[in-house]
Design a protein around this ligand. Structure first.
Ligand code: UD1
Ligand code: UDP
Length: 364
């Protein structure tokens, strides 16, 4: 089986890390990097540190409007499909790179395989929600991280035989990286941080970064925390703060640092007293690492983490953020929500079954 895997943005490199070894054991993988993320700290660091194979294709689409960025992905991925003739095109999550690949693959012969299928925030103003819905509805193989995600797909009319519950590849990645991060990462020492004594934060959703009132409300609330707040700043967020002339002020009130590599991030998340984030992936990773999460959004596609008490939706509300920063952690056992850490091998099994369908018994 020949698989063309498409990545382009930070969370997709982590997901690719989880899957690539299982895939390459017995199959050919061609890796395409769209170039949606290109700064070393958002891209190269993941390939270097996690041993992700060098991409076979680099489209270099860079930053642009949604239309131009997605269009360049479509053109480049279509060309790669034509030259490689893969059996399937595998896409992760919900970025513009995902959508570009979905459109290119769905208009050509290989199967489109969507990892992290069936997630919904039900907020169509989020570009990611549009990307997910469109990708799911043209995919041939929909790989859901949970029963709930699979149920959502069924409710949307997607035939059962296309949907497979495999668990979450980011859980596989965390299991592979947690111990290694504890042993190898020096980030706590380097930053002078003690476990349990700081809050980790990330903010990058346009709804938060592009609305100055929301961004200010969030950062002011974090700056009022009774412990140090470490915030690895996404370039989108840094740009907005610099444009508004607020960077210097917040750099004095918060620990603003460059984005960190995955192992350092996992170590920080593992050791933090709390995490406050609008990231999708970080909400799940916090759950896997037993760190209570405040989600700086009004809704989430990872609803199970909220229902079991390990995630609180606090939006940009200063009072809810303040309460969440000091609330006790939930007690009692944690449910297993997103599989058992073997999503990668399950995905390969699904693809193998599909590429070698059972022969009909000639002598029934
Ligand atoms: C994208 C995804 C989002 C995902 C996030 C992961 C879409 C619509 N959004 O958001 O779902 O959660 O990646 O981090 O696909 N920039 C740089 N250097 C880079 C990349 C970007 O400086 O290497 C800056 C540019 O100014 C760019 C801005 O960040 O305009 C936003 O980048 P973009 O990839 O468009 O969206 P993200 O906010 O990163
Ligand atoms: N991450 C990282 N360094 C950082 C911030 C995040 O390695 O400074 C990792 C994090 O562990 C997770 C992924 O990047 O695996 C999440 O990416 P992001 O929040 O950008 O995107 P989302 O998940 O919201 O799409």
């Amino acid at each position: 089986m020949k698989v063309l895997s498409v990545v382009g943005a930070r969370p997709q490199f982590v997901k690719e890390f989880a899957l690539t070894r299982a895939l390459r054991d017995d199959h050919e993988e061609v890796l395409l990097h769209t170039g949606q993320h290109y700064d070393a700290e958002l891209s190269a660091v993941f390939f270097d540190e996690l041993g992700i194979p060098e991409p076979d294709y680099q489209l270099g689409v860079g930053s642009d409007t949604h239309g131009r960025q997605t269009a360049e992905c479509i053109v480049g991925i279509e060309e790669a499909i034509e030259s490689e003739s893969p059996d399937c095109v595998l896409v992760y999550g919900d970025t513009n790179s995902t959508l570009g690949a979905a459109i290119a693959a769905s208009k050509s012969s290989p199967d489109l395989v969507h990892v992290e299928s069936g997630l919904r925030s039900y907020d169509r103003e989020m570009p990611e929600e549009v990307n997910r819905v469109l990708t799911d509805h043209v995919a041939d193989v929909l790989l859901a991280p949970s029963d709930r995600a699979a149920e959502t797909l069924r409710e949307e009319g997607i035939p059962d035989e296309r949907v497979h519950v495999v668990g979450d590849v980011q859980y596989d990645a965390i299991l592979a990286a947690r111990e290694h991060a504890r042993n190898a990462s020096t980030v706590l020492d380097d930053m002078g941080l003690s476990p349990g004594e700081f809050v980790l934060a990330t903010v990058h959703r346009p709804r938060n970064t592009d609305d100055p009132d929301r961004l200010t409300a969030i950062l002011d609330a974090l700056a009022s925390a009774d412990r140090e707040v470490v915030l690895p700043v996404h370039p989108r967020t840094e740009q907005r703060l610099r444009d508004d002339g607020r960077w210097k002020e917040y750099a004095e009130r918060l620990r603003l640092v460059d984005p960190v590599g995955y192992l350092d991030f996992v170590r920080l998340l593992d050791a933090a007293a709390r995490v406050a984030t609008d990231s999708g992936g970080v909400q799940k990773e916090a759950f896997f690492l037993d760190t209570f999460c405040l989600t700086l959004r009004e809704e989430t596609e990872w609803v199970e983490t909220v229902e079991c008490g390990w995630n609180a939706l606090v939006g940009a509300d200063p009072d809810r953020i303040a309460t969440g920063l000091t609330a006790p952690e939930p007690d009692g056992s944690k449910p297993s929500l997103y599989g058992d850490g073997t999503a990668a091998t399950r995905i390969v099994d699904v693809l193998e079954d599909r590429s070698t369908p059972e022969q009909a018994d000639p002598n029934p």
